[in-house]
Design a protein around this ligand. Structure first.
Ligand code: ADP
Length: 164
């Protein structure tokens, strides 16, 4: 039984994240998509909203025999990973700029917990420029995000940014 944690802010989940989860589901028996309860960063969606959007989106992807579970965590990722009896942490790499930060994090995490591997997956070409931050920025300025996030997320963004 191979269990992985896919941690992130998911504010909101994008098709780039979903592509990583779908491909990751071929490697693991279970993936816990873990929403980071971040205090320092200004988030658009609450943790509950982010979890809800993930649940909706995960129902649409083909994960085969892999179990997908949504959770949230606070504090040290490696502590959470041990609590969850995880074997690995999955991260997506889009560009060289991701690599530098991710390498640093992976090495620090390995130092904390050498038994837990970080598995890097390359972003799909089609989504390699997509980030939650950019999606929020473009949408709030009136641009289109069609095809970059699930339709359910687009709808929640519309309600959040134009109604309230
Ligand atoms: P963070 O808050 O650490 O930037 P995110 O919630 O944006 O994390 O993303 C979580 C993980 O998903 C990170 O490993 C990030 O590199 C990866 N990721 C984000 N967007 C994409 C994408 N479009 N394609 C592939 N991986 C992605």
């Amino acid at each position: 039984m191979r269990r992985a944690i896919y941690p992130g802010s998911f504010d909101p989940v994008t098709n780039g994240h979903l592509d990583i989860i779908e491909r990751g589901s071929k490697l693991f028996d279970e993936i816990i998509i873990a929403v980071l309860v971040n205090t320092e960063k200004e988030a658009l969606f609450t943790v509950d909203e982010r979890r809800g959007m993930l649940e909706e989106a995960l129902a649409l992807i083909a994960s085969g025999f892999c179990r997908l579970r949504v959770d949230s965590f606070q504090g040290l990722l490696m502590r959470y990973a041990v609590e969850q009896h995880a074997d690995a942490v999955v991260r997506g790499i889009r560009a060289i700029s991701d690599y530098e930060y991710e390498l640093q994090m992976a090495l620090m995490n390995r130092r904390q917990e050498p038994r837990i591997e970080t598995v890097f997956m390359m972003a799909a070409e089609a989504y390699s420029y997509v980030s939650s931050r950019l999606v929020k920025e473009v949408y709030s300025l009136g641009g289109t995000i069609e095809g970059l996030v699930p339709a359910t997320v687009e709808e929640r963004m519309r309600v959040k940014l134009h109604k309230s």
